[in-house]
Design a protein around this ligand. Structure first.
Ligand SMILES: Nc1ncnc2c1ncn2[C@@H]1O[C@H](COP(=O)(O)OP(=O)(O)OP(=O)(O)O)[C@@H](O)[C@H]1O
Length: 248
């Protein structure tokens, strides 16, 4: 379980997180929604220990995230970044196997390649893709490679940062479905940040709405349509009018 308790983070005068409290039970898929610049990425970075909160606590299975060995800690996470973020100079399989070829649990090259090919297959790519370079792939294929890389080391927790940005609606739907299937079959805990309500409905068990530095609402994905919270209502219907200011 991931637990954030009263987490604060400011950058200079800008108070981004102002007391974020959130629980993500093990094996659940939590999607965080909220407008641009509300601090969704900062919250994920705090969990990963890439940004240090000013106050509050964050634990993974009861252990503070800023204690213990960094390599061992990060080995428990998989991440799919916006735009896939592949390394241009590495082949597809080397991208997928990136973590397997480094760190405390480094594997021999042949074994890492075999795992990479198996993960590529899982995301719908053939073994022939393995020796191509990212620039030779379409955006949708690159996203699949990013997903294969995120799951390569069988992580306990997977973070998805805007997983469908830049994809057409059909490809976005395919990636959403793939994410959902993989998270369920791995039994992984997933945290996703997105603006895309189609992703929310496809991926989430639970949804949390971040606004003004706090979690304004949290509930199950089934509850979201009937929830009366004006922030959630404005967000899910994409209305310019409402408590969330459209000018930022
Ligand atoms: N390292 C940093 N230094 C200074 N300001 C930062 C830093 N990281 C984030 N911020 C600021 O914190 C705010 C929240 O940023 P964040 O990237 O978390 O937003 P977000 O909710 O993920 O937005 P988006 O949906 O647009 O990606 C922004 O105003 C951003 O400029």
């Amino acid at each position: 379980m991931i637990q954030l308790d009263n987490v604060h983070k400011a950058f200079g005068e800008k108070r981004v997180l102002r007391g974020v409290t959130l629980e993500v039970p093990r094996g659940e898929s939590m999607v965080i929604i909220g407008g641009s610049g509300t601090g969704k990425s900062v919250a994920l970075k705090c969990i990963l220990g890439l940004v240090r909160p000013d106050s509050g606590t964050i634990t993974l299975d009861g252990q503070p995230v800023d204690k213990g060995d960094r390599d061992d800690f990060l080995a428990r996470f998989g991440m799919l970044f916006q735009g896939a973020a592949l390394f241009d100079s590495l082949t597809v399989w080397q991208n997928v196997a990136f973590r397997l070829l480094r760190g405390n649990q480094k594997l021999p090259k042949t074994q890492a390649r075999e795992i990479a090919i198996e993960k590529l297959r899982r995301v719908g790519l053939t073994p022939e893709t393995a020796d191509l370079y990212p620039a030779e792939l379409s955006g949708g294929m690159q996203k699949r490679v990013g997903l294969a890389r995120a799951i390569a080391a069988d992580p306990e927790v997977i973070f998805f940062d805007e997983p469908t940005t830049g994809l057409d609606p059909i490809m976005a739907g395919v990636i959403n479905e793939l994410i959902r299937e993989i998270v369920v079959e791995m039994g992984a805990t997933a945290m996703t940040i997105t603006h895309d309500m189609t992703s929310v409905r496809a991926i989430a068990d639970d949804v949390a709405m971040l606004h003004d530095g706090v979690i304004k609402w949290t509930g199950t994905v089934v509850e979201i349509d009937s929830c009366a919270d004006p922030y959630v209502q404005q967000f899910i219907h994409g209305r310019a009018e409402g408590p969330i200011e459209a000018v930022r």
